[in-house]
Design a binder for this molecule. Sequence first.
Ligand SMILES: [Zn+2]
Length: 370
Amino acid sequence: MLKEIYVCATCHTAYPSTPDIWRCPCGGLLKIEWEKPTFSKKEIQNELPGMWRYVKALPFHPQCSVSEEITMGEGYTPLVPLSQEDPHTFVKVDYMMPTLSFKDRGAAVLIAKAKEWGVKKVIADSSGNAGTSIAAYAKRAQIECDIFLGKGTSPKKIAQISAHGANIRMVDGTREDVAKKAKMAVQQEGSFYASHVFNPYFHEGTKTYAYEIWEQLNNIPDTLIIPVGNGTLLLGVYQGFCELLAQGLITDFPKIVAVQAENCAPLAQAFHEQRLEIEATQNKGTIAEGIAIAAPERAKQILQVIKQTNGYIVTANEQEIKEAHTALAAKGFYVEPTTAANYAAYLKHQKTTTQERIVLPLCGAGLKAV
Ligand SMILES: [Zn+2]
């Protein structure tokens, strides 16, 4: 029997994992703990769609069929060489997802869990992609959904969220104001907070990115380059590799190189000043809207992960992002500016050897951008 619990990362208090808690009363962030069964390649369920092939590493009871009801085939995306000239660099085409972004990994797990718990309504806030994913999976699970968005959200993402029947609640303010309004609504209405920042089930979904790379490469890469705002992918990936290491399936971690947009780079600033706490930053505006987070809630955790893997943080300016967008399109990949920022980081990365194996995610499709 799977008995998951929530444990506060700050004061270590344990709670039953239930829909009505998303943060410890001490302010600490929650993680999920359960007795993990042995996992190896033999446990991969080849017959299941997408990332659900790793269901035995996910926090669902083996007899639970809720994922079958809501999956749209998300995950197990192609891992292909960037180009013939660069055969050791791979791109993971994570925009090949039902809503065209990697956020479907997290949304599918989070909404499956909400469905298992019998949740009737979810609330989320987003800069666009996470809201789209939550809206799509909530609709599929027949759960009512409100998405809080900022006024600057891409009209195409708003149209997509609206098409999935979610109630759009527009907030005039910063990304932080949008999150604040969503949290107030969660508290006032007693709804489930389907947050990709706070809810650890979202990271259970994004961790499958690590499992897939491990299976597809039959090893780990030397380096992962990941765009970072709230750390949704980075923290999930780190968790995935931690689990693979604990199971003895890998012997080391890949180095994690994170990228931020120069115009909104609180993590890069803290990293370069060797701090684990960020200072209040103003978002000066960037086309890489998916990582434009001035005050990431999980900043300390993200900075610790990068340090622990001997990685670093690089920034990309608006011109570099635009040029990277054009350069990737010239290789056949039409991506969102946030993903282009990641490619700009790759172009700046000094390879340790010509054989260095690097993996980059292509997080969102270019068609979603303004
Ligand atoms: Zn606590």
